[in-house]
Design a protein around this ligand. Sequence first.
Ligand SMILES: [Mg+2]
Length: 367
Amino acid sequence: MKITAIETVPVTVPVDRRVGTVADAKGFRFQSRLLMVFVRTDTGLEGVGEVTASPDWSGETSAGAKALIDTHLAPKLLGADPRQIRHCMDRLGKTFANPFAKAAIEMALFDIAGKFHHAPLYQMLGGAVRDGSFALRFPVMPVGPEASADVARRMVAEGFRTIKLKVGHDALEFDLARLRQVRDAIGSEVRLTVDANGGWTVSEAIAAAPHLAEVGVTFVEQPVHRLDLEGLAEVRRRTHLPVMADESVFTVQDTLRCLQLRAADIISVYPGKNGGLLNTLTIAAMAEAAGVHCAIGSNLEWDVGSAAMAHACMAIPNIRTDLYAADIIGPVFHTERAVASPLLAPEACVRVPDGAGLGVTYTGPSA
Ligand SMILES: [Mg+2]
């Protein structure tokens, strides 16, 4: 089997404002500008992938990823066998960075290989280690205390059992007021976590810790700047709160450094950020060897990217969905669907699609 073409289609998907403005410590996002990737072969088998581009996150944009794939990455794979995924990804690995662009191509290759072998993607990652339904964690954006509590209350009523508050965008007192009001709104049984998206200094994070513990926050995600792994390690050493590394760990090499510095208790992984599922497998195994858990994070993927994440959860033992609710929240935030069967299941869960490859029938815009 040979790859005959790789086509890219930019897509803009609106974000549903009823579930709360999408924002993080860097700004607000009202729509997702994605790039769909279609890999065609000489057998007629085709695969689909998604570049969940976000300049604030990975430095990638939909337009930039399109140019990179069309002119630089696609030519490297024309004529290659799409089932030899590691070989193909090694070719792409010679290009620096651009993890979400590479991950989209890899997603499409897995989709083709799965269809060829009549196997769902998770089977090609080693098979199921848990059943295929994952509870989600709902992120509340940095809006005021009343609005934060209101969104959290509504989401708990919809079945969410874990709420994550985006913090670090405003003064600590403001965030603490939000946290107290949210805790009052959701009761003591619902789990509460915070994600500062690197918005705190080391001393601010350390000062925040006892207040976070007081309202029952179970871990703090990316308290300090993504490049400050020493700072992350210091926060971890000087507080009792478990620390999750998100922006700090994109690559296998980031993982090594994070583990060497003992900078995190939990590492957030996802195929896009990691430059593909093969890297996610490696990162999760490295963390497991060091006694560090992984959890599935998110860049607000649309349905194709979300499906790949769900397959990873199903097959990778150290993605501890039993301990940490999954961030596969793109299907909650995007009202337009990209696949024939919805990934969202009742009680705020995502279900792994059943069919071969990614298991989805893509219904969005195509080439
Ligand atoms: Mg995060």
